[in-house]
Design a protein around this ligand. Structure first.
Ligand code: IVH
Length: 674
């Protein structure tokens, strides 16, 4: 191969892996293998400087698309679905719905069952019947504007057929048929271009092309299955929605079914599972949705997913491969996680070379040893895991694995508190692994979401001591000016890519309180908890000043263990210093309550429900009151504004009378809020 051809080939491979790494968050090769490719390219360019044009990966970092699409805020969040894996989970889903809606045990719940398409979700906005915007899901609140590319998809109407509401957002899945995917890969191969691992990756890669001519040449399709904003109702049920969407000119997936019992949905599930291979596209399960929209609205949402829907996933794909080594990974909060380094193997269309072994006890329980042949499993988007080993294939000289008692990164003691499964490094921020993981978390998508600052770059900047703390990210540009080794002079960078990075950082100087709290990386504080904390404390000042075990425990879903972790975090001087340094650089936007109708008489009031309610369940009553801005408390005090007394109310009712609190019957309450 001549040098030019070799250069082209390498550049293509690097771009492909950049895309897997930065855009899909699903690298297919090890960091070492990637670095080797880059080194090869660099050597080639050193020998043939004429090859190092501005498009070469040596002149760019990351991939363009992440910087290339405009951000779009979704007017209504794009949620995800909770998962069910077996009949038991499905039965519990039915029970939860019945309890919430106060239906009798065994009452039928009409559900709409449909396919769970394995593609990428997209929201299409129509104004006066015309397509004006298409956006990816992103983090659910903010996605990327992919309008130009989506306009090239034939299944997506540019203009809705018939009379549509002024504003209508249709949501659904962009996907690629299996046969189209195979033909595309054949073509890619013939043109010496990288091939895609599966139809989903191919669809995602095609949508994220900066050049919509490339997207147009890709066989993308679209199925509609739900709504975002709509200025007028177009249906009363999921089944009605399916018809309405078809009438507007959308494709909808088949088969679907109307079901009312666990037996019904299981029959649908088994039928689809049996026919799965004959479908022309990939699915990763089925979805059950409460059919009636009025019931859907009553059920509402829990954090990121609707109460009225669930995804029933297909069984995980399994494979057998050799366990080459067990390594230990140190996480953001110091947890030592054993990782199986595997002989790469194809599991349901994806190459897997690493899998989690969870923890010390799991290795012991499964007695997994280096050199063993192991069964691994990959379910949907979760990390592959090792299930068991094959005793008959165990090498004679194999040895039990001994779990380290010191951190493999910083050498500090790794301790395992009584009753916990995790062994944890005690090095705190002196442990490079922890400090680095925290930074990675800090810039990640649902935290500060700093574009162009992927894991690799954070790692490099860390290594070269450009960025050691979160605040360092925001002082980087200032320090860069007049530096003898500016970012733009770094290997793989140029003045444009450095400029892009600083711009991306600067757009994040203002951040919502919930993202800020999440970004701190406090143990056990995920997005949902961060949001609850933000709603409770409202400003960063309050959060830092007023947090106590007592007021933390008043927050829904925060128990003693989470409270202890938050207090421990805020109690450490180096954490407080890091937060203060950061606050000197960024503005934290106070938590914004959803605008609540000022005329509604219960906003801001404290309500206690007691006794048996007959029109709705306690859970629904509480969710409804909260959605109107009321605070629902568990006990009656002088601060209580209303006590809603159902049948057989007891001590709380007496207490309310004693304190002179306003007591309402269930009907009077419903009148008040209607
Ligand atoms: S409904 C609030 N229906 O699955 C309702 N989602 O795991 C949210 N998906 O992000 C989605 N097929 O990308 C729904 N028939 C279907 C679906 C479906 C595929 C995807 C969608 C969503 C993800 C959630």
């Amino acid at each position: 191969m001549n040098s030019r051809k070799k250069h082209e080939e390498l550049a293509k491979q690097i771009r492909y892996h950049d895309e897997r790494y930065y855009a899909d968050d699903a690298p297919e090769i090890s960091d070492a293998a990637y670095d080797k490719l880059r080194r090869e390219l660099e050597t080639l360019e050193k020998e043939n400087p004429e090859l190092a044009d501005k498009d070469s990966p040596t002149q760019n970092v990351g991939i363009k698309p992440t910087g290339g699409f405009k951000k779009v805020r979704h007017s209504i969040s794009m949620l995800s679905l909770a998962n069910a894996f077996d009949e038991q989970d499905v039965a519990e889903f039915f029970t939860r719905i019945r309890n919430f809606l106060n239906l009798s045990e065994g009452a039928e719940v009409p559900l709409f069952a449909e396919l769970k398409i394995d593609g990428l979700s997209c929201s299409l906005r129509y104004e006066k019947g015309l397509l004006v915007q298409a956006a990816t899901r992103g983090d659910g609140e903010e996605g990327e504007d992919i309008t130009q590319n989506v306009r090239t998809i034939k299944d997506v109407p540019q203009k809705l057929a018939g009379k549509a509401p002024d504003i209508l957002e249709v949501r659904g899945e962009i996907y690629m048929r299996r046969e189209d995917f195979m033909a595309l890969n054949k073509k890619q191969e013939a043109e010496c271009k990288p091939v895609f691992a599966n139809p989903r990756n191919a669809a995602a890669g095609s949508v994220r092309q900066l050049d919509s001519a490339i997207t147009a040449a890709r066989p993308l399709r679209f199925f509609g299955y739900s709504l975002g904003e709509a200025s007028a109702p177009i249906a009363q049920s999921q089944a009605g929605l399916r018809e309405a969407l078809a009438a507007f000119g959308f494709q909808t997936a088949s088969p679907y079914a109307l079901c009312s019992t666990v037996a019904d949905v299981m029959a649908y599930y088994n039928k689809v599972l049996a026919e799965r291979a004959d479908l022309p596209f990939d699915i990763d399960g089925v979805v059950y949705k409460v059919n009636d929209f009025v019931q859907q609205a009553r059920l509402g949402f829990v954090s990121r997913a609707p109460r009225w829907a669930i995804a029933h996933k297909f069984p995980a794909e399994k494979a057998i491969t050799k366990l080459n080594n067990i390594t230990i990974q140190v996480g953001r909060t110091g947890t030592l996680t054993p990782v199986a380094e595997l002989e790469p193997v194809n599991v349901g269309g994806v190459m897997v070379s690493r899998a989690t072994l969870h923890n010390e006890d799991e290795i012991e329980r499964k007695d997994v040893r280096v050199g063993d042949f192991v069964v691994i499993q990959r379910a949907g988007d979760v990390i592959p895991q090792v299930l068991s080993h094959l005793p008959e294939k165990r090498p004679k000289d194999s040895k039990k694995f001994t779990f380290p008692h010191v951190c493999p990164v910083c050498g500090s003691q790794a301790v395992r508190p009584e009753g916990e499964v995790a062994r944890r490094c005690t090095g705190g921020l002196i442990c490079e692994a922890q400090a680095l993981e925290r930074l990675r978390h800090f810039v990640s998508r649902n935290a500060f979401d700093i574009e162009g600052m992927g894991e690799k770059i954070i790692e490099e900047f860390w290594r070269d001591e450009l960025v050691r703390t979160p605040a360092d990210i925001f002082t980087l540009e200032k320090r860069d000016k007049g530096s003898l080794t500016p970012v733009s002079a770094r290997e793989g960078w140029g003045s444009q890519s450095a400029r892009n990075l600083f711009d991306a950082i600067n757009t994040r100087r203002s951040i919502t309180l919930e993202r800020f709290i999440y970004a701190l990386g406090i143990r056990q504080v995920g997005e949902a908890t961060a949001k609850r904390l933000a709603a409770h404390y409202e400003t960063i000042e309050n959060f830092l000043k007023e947090t106590s075990e007592e007021n933390l425990m008043q927050i829904q879903d925060i128990g003693p263990s989470v409270a202890a972790d938050i207090i421990a975090f805020l109690g450490e001087a180096h954490n407080r210093d890091a937060v203060q340094a950061l606050l000197a650089e960024v503005t934290v936007v106070p938590y914004e309550r959803k605008v609540i109708d000022a005329n509604n008489p219960v906003a801001g009031k404290t309500v206690v429900f007691t006794g048996t309610l007959t029109k709705m369940s306690r859970a629904e009553a509480k969710a409804k009151a909260e959605s109107l801005g009321a605070h629902v408390a568990g006990s009656v005090s002088k601060k209580t504004d209303y006590v809603v007394a159902g049948e057989d109310a007891g001590s709380k009712l007496s207490k309310a009378k004693e304190l002179g609190v306003n007591v309402l019957s269930e009907d009077a309450w419903l009148d008040l809020i209607s």
